[in-house]
Design a protein around this ligand. Sequence first.
Ligand code: IMP
Length: 440
Amino acid sequence: MNLAIIGAQWGDEGKGKIVDLLAPHFDIVARYQGGHNAGHTVIIRRDGVEQKFVLHLIPSGITHPGKVCVIGNGVVVSPEALLVEMDELRAKGVEVNERNLLISNRAHLILPYHAALDRQIEAHRGGNAVGTTMRGIGPAYEDKMARRGLRVGDLTDPATLAEKLSTTGKQASRLLTSLGGEPIDEAKLIDDGLRWADKLAPHVAETAYFLNNAAREGKTLLFEGAQATMLDIDHGTYPFVTSSNSSVGGACTGAGIPPRLVGLTIGVIKAYTTRVGGGPFPTELDDDMGELIRARGGEYGASTGRPRRTGWFDAVIARYAVMINGLDALALTKLDVLDELDELKICVGYRIDGRETGEVPYDAGLMARAEPVYETWPGWKERTVGISRLEDLPARAQQYIRRLEELSGAPFGFISTGAERNETIIAADVLNRCGWELSV
Ligand code: IMP
């Protein structure tokens, strides 16, 4: 059975670990949206030595020999960032070649001027800045929708690539200077383009055909979501969102597969909440408790190093993510971060302008005014790091988990108690009920 792994909050839920844990059970791992704004951290112990990988563009499956990784058409690809990532993986002994890394010819390119535009546009937004990763994600998707973008497939035709880069480079320079920025160096852009073409062309493929043919032959697909439901351009806290469909619908358009091939959907959700960048965050803790969670959880951006905003678990969001993505199960992560707390709060609803609701408001202004309605639960005050059986968790931790599950409306198929693969509780009964036999 195929599977999609989706972020259920505002990103950084620990999708990388769950994808890494499950990758051995699939033949192909595919990314379908976002770009190198994502940062999936994977920690692997090989021959007793711990290795940390922070992947931005390449699916987390790449560290598993024999798996094919696909960068789908819905992804925006920075050739420079991709080449750096490929080199870093190779330097750590990971095989990356034209058989295990395929890039859709339809994926749009992020060019250096997109990052320059991202910076200028954010500066002009002033106090309403989105707090983007400054990677050029938004401007690249803008060009795609405006039908003037360059695509990965353009790298396979060096004869016309230079001409296309010259045209788009001139347009970008006009836009950049009108925003107070510097024009781009067109000659350098073309030189870089030809270098990228040379190195990346062997990886360029018809990935929609590849994925559909593979499925027909009985191969299994794992779809790796980046960012998360609340950052989805349609369903998130617009305009404080990313520029792609990071909820499950993106898997169909962004990989070129029909809905029935998505299979199961698993949402990854932290035992508390974090967010980076601007925008509403009802359960945010702007106090010592927030700082404690940040410190214990190492809540600093994998891509940008920015401190993440922290807060209590928000069941309104969890329920929304279950609905939008049709989540069959959830993977709860970072439970151990809460081990020392005396008590925990869970947001069960919002009070907005005096009215209580259990729904996510469409408007960021309304959401910013949402006061969380909390339940308080006692902490377990015991170490849970590395526990791999549900019954070995302290009774109060089990109680907290059961309540989160009840409020979210989807069962926990996985509970992560540490960064490493084996520091995970796998609820085989839940997965079996979803129609999935899994023995890890
Ligand atoms: P962009 O995707 O760089 O345009 O940023 C838009 C918003 O999405 C900002 O609030 C970013 O902090 C957030 N964002 C983008 N990628 C990630 C991610 O991988 N994890 C968490 N937040 C992200």
